[in-house]
Design a protein around this ligand. Structure first.
Ligand code: AMP
Length: 143
């Protein structure tokens, strides 16, 4: 059975739905759990005119705080929490390799994905992963 699950999260409310599946999977398999969130680099111009000096730094700080809270809820230690900067799919696949994950869990689409289609991240993970991938079908958005 699975020994190391990597949860890829966009840290939106949709994560709640995926978390329940991960909890159940974990209690069935007793697998180790790692969690990853990727911050995509922003185009290299200044946002100072918006009064924001270091928007990328702020996004990274917020992501770190959110993933730490998630880690506490799921009993995952700091060394198994990853906030990476770069292209989302590449980073998820790299960390999956690095930690030797045998299952990647992600949502079927992100916050803005079309509910009936597989999101581009989920698609890329499915096509690029060397291990099994569980795409959790998210409830249709009410937005
Ligand atoms: P998307 O392809 O953007 O519609 O997202 C599909 C799924 O990929 C989400 O439900 C998450 O599980 C995962 N995902 C999307 N964006 C990220 C991100 N920035 N970091 C980690 N996982 C992500």
């Amino acid at each position: 059975m699975y020994k190391h699950i990597l949860l890829a999260t966009d840290l939106t409310e949709d994560t709640e739905y995926v978390i329940e599946k991960v909890r159940e999977l974990r209690s069935l398999t007793h697998a180790k759990l790692s969690i990853i969130h990727v911050v995509e680099p922003l185009p290299g111009y200044s946002y100072a005119y918006l009064g924001i000096e270091d928007i990328e730094g702020q996004l990274i700080d917020e992501a770190k705080q959110s993933i730490e809270k998630l880690g506490q809820r799921l009993n995952v230690g700091a060394s198994d929490l990853f906030v990476e900067i770069g292209p989302t799919k590449t980073k998820i696949l790299k960390i999956a390799d690095d930690v030797n994950a045998d299952l990647i869990v992600c949502g079927s689409h992100g916050r803005h994905g079309l509910s009936l289609l597989l999101g581009s991240t989920a698609n890329a993970i499915l096509h690029g992963a060397k291990c099994d991938v569980l795409t959790v079908r998210l409830p249709e958005s009410t937005d």
